[in-house]
Design a protein around this ligand. Sequence first.
Ligand code: ADP
Ligand code: ASP
Ligand code: MG
Length: 407
Amino acid sequence: MALIVQKYGGTSVGNAERIKNVARRVAQSQKNGDKVIVVVSAMSGETNRLIALAKEVATHPEPRELDVVVSTGEQVTIGLLCMALHDIGVKAKSYTGGQVRILTDSAHTKARILNIDEAPIRRDLDEGNVVVVAGFQGTDEHGNITTLGRGGSDTTAVAIAAALKADECQIYTDVDGVYTTDPRIVPEARKLDTITFEEMLELASLGSKVLQIRSVEFAGKYKVKLRVLSSFQDEGEGTLITVEENHTMEQPVISGIAFNRDEAKLTVLGVPDRPGVAYQILEPIADANIDVDMIIQNIGHDGATDFSFTVSRGDLDKAVKVLEANKAALGAKAIETDNTMAKVSIVGVGMRSHPGVASKMFRTLAEEGINIQMITTSEIKISVAIAEKYLELAVRVLHKAFGLEQG
Ligand code: ADP
Ligand code: ASP
Ligand code: MG
């Protein structure tokens, strides 16, 4: 008898019929002899609706209260799924994150899971129940409701699988696995049978929202067998996230392409070209809790230089305020911004042993007349910042250039 955690995302529980479909699937797994814990997201669109509602009543909703509001989406689905399971004769019990004691830190809207009390879940499973847990939420040590960041139900599922040492954590979604890139943008994208944790971590952190990055980190750390599958298909093995780097001769150099539209660029013009400038610019930005992504310092002319960096678009106004306050002290001439940037990244462990990947990427983009504004690299990825209007074109031509399309 296997212990399986199944997570169903927003689209998969998007209406009553789909919730009944999930109930049938869960019932089937139980009939096959498995013990099943189900983690569900809010119905599709619900979390967005709740966030928008909060912003209608307050310009900057207080994070603690925002969590109280947005966590309700998942509470609706756990109850509905249990009712649907009861309706077809399956014993099931629902739990919110707080009830099942998912303890998190107190970082509202982006909390981290610290501990899960497995005892109540085990007891219910042993009594023949399907246990249905609300994704995306927990409570901190003071009992405050917290949420785990967008896409956080994936992390709830993996954390429960880790805590209960489940045999497998299955992430059911609206695509049948992890693809070479988002199949909504490139219809020729190919489903991968396996992908390494390292690659999946990069793809997730660079914008592929098929798995929340923390869920991949968790699965890697606690050796959870993690698989992405479709909730709309009965057949198929989905994509298994693997530990080993099963390098074969046919292993492609690039495994996938990720992209992110959420980039804004700030340029500080005409700062004195002397040691400590980067530090002077970026320290107040860090102090304001703004994450900096890409950075470029141009070659100096006549003792002055331009310094650019990117932040997420939501942080742009805040970053400008910080720079303006600091402008005189920096001796900067002006500050320019551009909030129409995007980032495209190619990812693959095969890059380590194959030189020339970067030049191929740059040539491919140049041939389309796409200007590269910034570049960052690591051992297994190359990212470029480009104008957002070229994003889809860039992803498509790179996908083709690296031979990622269906064979
Ligand atoms: P859920 O609501 O089930 O959590 P998400 O919308 O969070 O689903 O994630 C699934 C979506 O991720 C897909 O519909 C797809 O558009 C997108 N996606 C982005 N990159 C990829 C990729 N490389 N492979 C598969 N899906 C991807
Ligand atoms: N409902 C939350 C969101 O939309 C969590 C999730 O779906 O994973 O981000
Ligand atoms: Mg998701």
